[in-house]
Design a protein around this ligand. Structure first.
Ligand SMILES: Cc1cc2nc3c(=O)[nH]c(=O)nc-3n(C[C@H](O)[C@H](O)[C@H](O)COP(=O)(O)OP(=O)(O)OC[C@H]3O[C@@H](n4cnc5c(N)ncnc54)[C@H](O)[C@@H]3O)c2cc1C
Length: 417
């Protein structure tokens, strides 16, 4: 790579003009970040014959899990779904309950059960460790305990033909651009691996939506263990996260989390990043998973999205058409974004009765399809015109829908710094 690196990093505004250019010849790829998005990128690129190095700042032996650990579309992960590989509970169904209000005065407005055909509750750190081991056996160089700093990123840009940014949010790319505010929406979530009596719930799992923008969950791993957590949209985060977490467990009848085992993390609520910024050809860097701001805007679920985006980046690179990545990724996600935006609007405006009815209408659809296949969901609404009318006759919902179909997303309102 003969081009001057600092001039490349300085030319951030020109990326869009360059989108139409053909990808340069790419042989070597550095994947930065070794969670699901990065592992899928390493898988996708190495399978297609690229030389891949993966850099992960943590050790796979001590990786903290800031996640609910419900993995959908697990057949996309090239590991057999065994407990040894971290797939501890093949989830039969997810129960969703909607309440108006919180605490003791809350009222159930609707509930649904969602089958989960290709879904496991996992020990995610084990899945990631096993996946990394598999990649190492296949010739990918895995560099654990290897944090990529801004300076090191620039060196990597010189050494490799393509960088894949799988560092989550805010991504290393955002930090280098000096734009850690370029993600429009985010949710603050805390969770813990809790031991106690989950025998009433196991082998199923549960999500509770109440009168705040967010939700609480208990994803059971065994009759004695579950991943339990709660998340709030950033503007509604409470003063004392732990007190709210404990209160949510009390009112939902879940065993208590311990403070020492509790993690705090951020979920980017897609589409939180301008799709045009998912590929910066002049660096060249492609963003996948949470670094591309993909997690679902309503549910925060982002593992299958991270994997899918990485496989797409690898496929397009192999075809010499990486410049199509922003557009293809956006088209792949747009239906999901639209549906999540409408449903989220109901939560934000506290229309818990309408949301309760909506959940009952879509009950029975596979949980991956709920997020990822808006057609399946919209077809159900066509069969329930009264509920559909209550949702879609609302002028604010019409406005949301219009904004979404005309590509007026939240990231458009971010002011450049
Ligand atoms: C509390 C919580 C619960 C969630 N529950 C679920 C769920 O149940 N199901 C679901 O599908 N989704 C869930 N999500 C969303 C899901 O966790 C993310 O969408 C998913 O992890 C995105 O994967 P990723 O690989 O893109 O990024 P991340 O998982 O954020 O991984 C980024 C990786 O990059 C590494 N890294 C970061 N910076 C550097 C650096 N400079 N150098 C080297 N390495 C670096 C990190 O150590 C990490 O391993 C949840 C999120 C949260 C916060």
């Amino acid at each position: 790579m003969s081009e001057n690196v600092s001039s490349r990093f300085g030319s951030q505004d020109t990326y869009s003009q360059q989108m139409s250019e053909r990808s340069p010849q790419i042989h070597s790829v550095a994947v930065i970040g070794g969670a699901v998005g990065g592992l899928a990128a390493a898988e996708g690129f190495s399978k297609r014959g690229f030389e891949v190095d993966l850099f992960e700042r943590q050790s796979y032996d001590d990786k903290r899990v800031n996640c609910g650990e419900a993995m959908t579309a697990v057949s996309k992960i090239p590991l057999s779904s065994t407990p040894t590989n971290g797939f501890v509970n093949a989830l039969p169904e997810l129960r969703v309950e909607i309440y108006d209000g919180t605490a003791s005065r809350r009222q159930l407005t609707g509930e649904g059960t969602f089958p989960a055909s290709d879904t496991y509750i996992t020990d995610r750190n084990v899945v990631e460790r096993r996946w990394a081991e598999r990649l190492a056996e296949k010739g990918v160089s895995i560099h654990e305990n290897h944090q990529i700093t801004k300076a090191k990123f620039r060196t990597l840009a010189d050494e490799y033909d393509l960088l894949v940014d799988a560092t989550g949010q805010p991504s290393i790319t955002s930090k280098i651009r000096g734009r850690t505010d370029e993600y429009a929406g985010r949710m603050i979530a805390i969770n813990a691996d809790v031991e106690g009596d989950f025998s009433d719930l196991y082998p199923n799992s549960q999500i509770i939506l109440e009168g705040y923008t967010g939700y609480a969950w208990a994803f059971s791993k065994s009759p004695e263990r579950a991943n339990v957590g709660i998340g709030w949209t950033e503007s509604e985060r409470p003063a004392d996260y732990m007190a709210e977490f404990v209160a949510a467990c009390e009112r939902n009848g879940w065993p208590m989390p311990s403070r020492s085992q509790t993690n705090i993390a951020i979920i980017p609520e897609g589409p939180s990043l301008d799709p045009a910024l998912t590929y910066l050809p002049e660096w060249p860097v492609v963003r996948v998973g949470d670094a591309a701001g993909l997690a679902n805007r309503l549910t925060g679920k982002g593992i299958s999205q991270a994997i899918q985006s990485s496989y797409l980046a690898a496929k397009l690179t192999a075809e010499g058409s990486l410049q199509e990545y922003p557009d293809r990724l956006y088209r792949m996600m747009k239906g999901e974004y639209l549906l999540a935006r409408i449903m989220r609007h109901l939560v934000e405006t506290r229309q818990m009765t309408v949301l309760g009815d909506a959940v009952q209408v879509v009950s029975g659809i596979d949980i991956e399809d709920i997020d990822r296949s808006p057609r399946a969901v919209l077809r159900r609404f066509l069969g329930h015109p009264r509920v559909a009318a209550r949702i879609f006759s609302n002028p604010a919902v019409i406005k949301q829908t219009y904004a979404a179909v005309t590509d007026a997303w939240e990231y458009d309102t971010i002011q450049p710094v």
